[in-house]
Write a protein that binds this ligand. Structure first.
Ligand SMILES: [Zn+2]
Length: 351
């Protein structure tokens, strides 16, 4: 898709901005399904499966969410995932997210999942993928939300573990569209997985990677040049390297930015300091996403509304971000056009 001007947009008063942000159609491209697991569902699944949790109740678990960096978050994230054992559990988790996505006017979601978090506990790849995939299928028919899955490798684990995970997933190849790289970034550069991603490219999988969240611009370069990532997840450290910004703009490499996650993990001291507006000003295909919404204080519309309120972004930038989300998705050109038409119609109805 080529960039188009925003000249045709109707004038929308600033006080109507939150309603516009809620109602505009959008895609979500950076959501870890395990990070959508709410404390209530964790306790429900724990009871159903007879799993004991190191927290007395929902409130105590919520209080434990006072983490301050990526590692302390990941520790509790893996503890929460321990209640997921059966195909139905994975279905229920994804279904809960997809219903929230529909409420936020998400038309299309590309959902990350972390199979190693589950296979390491003895849950089979098939249980994970079948449960998540059936929820995506159900969302298409019952909610009108399109959803696909992206398998993420945990970068704190070894290359051999990633290769084994890929091998386990291959019989289910038609149920996911791509692969990504997530978990603790610093100390685990993309180049560690060069050979795994080369194999994934041979298999025709889409490639994305977390880079430049807490890690340096060099990790973004590696994700682009070594892994051949089509999208960068986060990438907010990129402006530290002007040559990298030029590269991202020139190749229209999307960044899936997650403002409330960045705030919670202290990537920016305050939401008002977030560089989302500057990324757009630099001509980058930035998008807004929720990352791990149960843990970071909000789903997609919360991210939009709070970030716009804090940084003073405007209606034309809302349109650009929503348009970018469709452009950055892995659907075909005709589907992208149909999504953007719905976006334009939503803005026109607001005039
Ligand atoms: Zn993420």
């Amino acid at each position: 898709m080529q960039p188009v001007t925003m000249d045709h947009l109707p004038t929308i008063a600033p006080d109507r901005l939150p309603e516009l942000l809620r109602r505009m159609p959008k895609a979500e491209l950076h959501i870890h399904i395990e990070g959508s697991l709410e404390p209530e569902l964790i306790f429900q699944l724990a009871r159903r499966n007879g799993v004991s949790l190191p927290y007395a109740n929902v409130e105590e678990l919520r209080k434990a969410y006072a983490f301050t960096n990526l590692q302390s978050f990941l520790d509790i994230y893996y503890a929460g995932a321990s209640v997921l054992l059966k195909e139905q559990d994975f279905h229920d988790m994804a279904w809960a997210y997809l219903r929230r996505a529909q409420a936020d006017n998400v038309l299309h979601a590309e959902i990350f999942f972390d199979p190693q978090t589950h296979t390491a506990r003895g849950v089979s790849m098939e249980t994970v993928v079948r449960g998540l995939h059936s929820a995506c299928e159900r969302a298409r028919t019952e909610l009108g939300v399109q959803a696909s899955l992206i398998l993420c490798f945990l970068r704190h684990l070894s290359e051999a573990d990633a290769f084994e995970t890929l091998e386990q997933a291959l019989p289910l190849r038609d149920r996911f569209i791509g692969v990504g790289l997530d978990s603790s970034e610093v100390g685990h550069p993309p180049e560690k997985f060069a050979r795994v991603f080369a194999r994934c490219r041979e298999l025709g999988l889409h490639i994305v990677a977390h880079a430049g969240e807490e890690g340096p611009p060099a990790y973004v370069w590696q994700a682009l040049d070594i892994l051949k990532a089509e999208r960068i997840d986060h990438g907010v450290q990129s402006p530290k390297d002007p040559a990298l910004v030029r590269r991202l703009a020139q190749d229209r490499i999307p960044l899936t930015v997650c403002p409330l996650s960045n705030l919670k993990l202290c990537v920016f001291p305050q939401l008002a300091d977030h560089n989302l507006g500057r990324l757009l000003d630099a001509g980058l295909v930035a998008t807004v996403n929720s990352d791990d919404p149960a843990y970071f204080g909000g789903y997609l519309n919360d991210n939009f509304i709070q970030t716009f309120a804090a940084t003073g972004l405007t209606a034309p930038q809302a349109w650009q971000l929503a348009r970018n989300s469709f452009e950055a998705s892995f659907v075909d050109a005709a589907a992208k056009r149909r999504y953007v038409e719905r976006l334009d119609a939503a803005f026109a109805s607001f005039a």
